[in-house]
Design a protein around this ligand. Structure first.
Ligand code: CA2
Length: 146
């Protein structure tokens, strides 16, 4: 079965505890459960990692070059700031799909720019936890038919 790296960036470990009006009430563990269930239906295996540290996310991407077929990533706040994370996504050469819980285009101007999007195949924003599931379905489609 194709293996997919799922990366959650900084502060996503706080989901379900703060700002439910923006990010919903589901915890990250619950989102991961939904992803695992859908991955099983789609015939994918997931390796999931959350980190609050940019370098750890970059290391995970480098390691994924050895085993992953694709990447599903919510870079959190690093979306808008991190050239290094963008370079790492690009360096993998893997098809990547970016997801966001919130609609970043309906928020503050600084959130309306993603440095990561140009090195991804596409992105899904604004559907809360469903953005992740929709993103995973896009990954499955890409792997079936690049
Ligand atoms: O909408 C998204 O998925 C974001 O990637 C979430 C990030 C934010 O910086 C991006 O602009 C959009 C924030 C991650 C979660 O941060 C929390 C902050 C307070 C309480 C709970 C989560």
């Amino acid at each position: 079965m194709p293996e997919v790296l799922v990366l959650h960036g900084p502060n996503l470990n706080l989901l379900g505890t703060r700002r439910p009006e923006i990010y919903g009430r589901m915890t990250l563990a619950e989102i991961d459960q939904r992803l695992q269930a859908r991955a099983a239906e789609l015939g994918l295996t997931l390796r999931i990692k959350q980190s609050n540290h940019e370098g750890e996310l970059i290391d995970a991407l480098h390691e994924a070059m050895g085993w992953a077929a694709a990447v599903l990533i919510n870079p959190g706040g690093l979306t808008h700031t991190s050239v290094a994370l963008r370079d790492a996504v690009e360096a993998t050469g893997l098809p990547a799909v970016e997801v966001h819980l919130s609609n970043i285009y309906a928020r503050e101007p600084f959130r309306q720019v993603s440095l990561i999007s140009p090195v991804c195949v596409g992105h899904v924003v604004g559907f809360g936890w469903r953005s992740y599931v929709l993103g995973l379905e896009a990954v499955a489609g890409l792997l079936r038919e690049p």
